[in-house]
Ligand binder design. Structure first.
Ligand code: F6P
Length: 367
């Protein structure tokens, strides 16, 4: 196998706290091995749309460049969750837009730049692209990023803990205003089609009900639960709604369908809030935490796993690995095939301890 001299790192999909910590770990550990480390800006755009970047589509990541970024949210490389190179939206002469596979182009641009390997930081979409590139012969190691925690093969993704910590703090704040006004507060959190953020936030933040995509809800039952709580003397209530939550027989609330990118979800809390206001006759407000969950400094837990993941990704390349993702399997970090990590979405198992605990704590799950 060819000796590695020069590697690239990129960040794709929605940003998540911890991306910069991974970038720093990759750059420093690669430098220590005598490898050059380069960042590709905005997913793969820095390679195939360099004209977009006046300062160049690629940036040399020396230890000086990555100094002091561990605690910064966002990504110094920029990212994108549109323009998937496997399904690149391309306008046809008749004005229609079709999805075109541009992965061969990336492989040849990669070779032109003499990159020997890629460390791809991303969620299911970005790691599916990484897997396709690995199959075309690039040496690729993936790092599992997403606040949604919906990637298979790893116990946790970085960014998730920060998102849940902040959402829990928001719930703490909502308790006091809800109690002061005897209101029902309906809080929407991100997570796409998986309920991990909603479930963990709702339990930690003392919600009365949590609505997840995994358990289609019946609002009559939720209202009965809230009314019973009120009869017991609780004058206010908090309901956490995952953005992908679905009513029995219904579908997730979508605000935009896109070519070459995932549907945009939105409106779940608003719908639930209007319906529960009717059913409970309580004064109701809804709050969408949305992108606030993607910002801010990573928690200590996220910093630590991000730094460990970054170092492990470079270690994996040095050991000759490719087509794998680094994964947390406490107490260790191991490698799993990218194909395994991306073959299905990791949703909340209905028989898991957290679901059982939520029920035992008296939280209504909408069923
Ligand atoms: O996957 C991360 C995520 O934040 C989801 O939780 C959310 O549905 C989506 O990205 C939002 O994407 P955008 O930044 O395009 O609004």
């Amino acid at each position: 196998m060819k000796q590695i001299r020069k590697i690239a790192v990129n960040t794709g999909g929605g940003d998540a706290p911890g991306l910069n910590a991974v970038i720093r770990a990759v750059a420093i550990t690669a430098h220590a091995k005598g490898w050059e480390c380069w960042g590709i800006r905005e997913g793969y755009n820095g390679l195939f749309l360099p004209e977009r970047f006046p300062q160049g589509g690629l940036i040399r990541l020396t230890p000086e460049v990555v100094q002091g970024i561990t605690n910064l949210g966002g990504t110094i490389l920029g990212t994108t969750n549109v323009g998937n190179p496997l399904k690149y939206p391309t306008k046809q002469p008749d004005g229609t837009v079709v999805e075109v596979d541009r992965s061969e182009e990336i492989v040849s641009l990669f070779r032109q730049q003499e990159f020997d390997a890629l460390v791809a930081l991303g969620g299911d979409g970005s790691l599916t692209i990484a897997n396709a590139l690995a199959k075309k012969g690039l040496r690729v190691v993936g790092v599992p990023k997403t606040i949604d925690n919906d990637l298979d093969g790893t116990v946790i993704t970085f960014g998730f803990d920060t998102a849940v910590s902040f959402a829990t703090e928001c719930l703490d704040r909502l308790h006091t205003t809800a109690a002061s006004h005897r209101r029902l507060m309906v809080v929407e959190v991100m997570g796409r089609y998986a309920g991990w953020i909603a479930l963990n936030t709702g339990i930690s933040g003392g919600a009365d009900a949590i609505l997840l995509p995994e358990i289609p809800y019946d609002l009559e039952k939720v209202a009965a639960h809230l009314n019973a709580r009120q009869a017991e003397g609780k004058s206010y209530a908090i309901v956490v709604v995952a953005e992908g939550a679905v009513s029995k027989g219904g579908t997730s609330a979508v605000i935009e369908k896109r070519v070459g990118a995932a549907d945009r979800l939105g409106g779940a809390a608003e719908n639930v809030s209007h319906a529960l206001a009717e059913l409970t006759k309580k004064e109701t407000r809804h709050v969408v935490l949305g992108h606030l969950l993607r910002g801010g400094s990573p928690t200590t837990f996220d910093r630590l796993i991000s730094l460990r993941f970054g170092a492990a990704a470079v270690r994996a390349l040095a050991e000759g690995q490719s087509g794998v993702m680094v994964a947390l399997d406490p107490p260790t970090v191991r490698y799993v095939p990218l194909a395994q990590a991306t073959h299905r979405m990791k949703v909340v198992p209905l028989d898991c301890d957290s679901i059982l605990s939520a029920r035992e704590l008296g939280i209504c799950l909408g069923d």
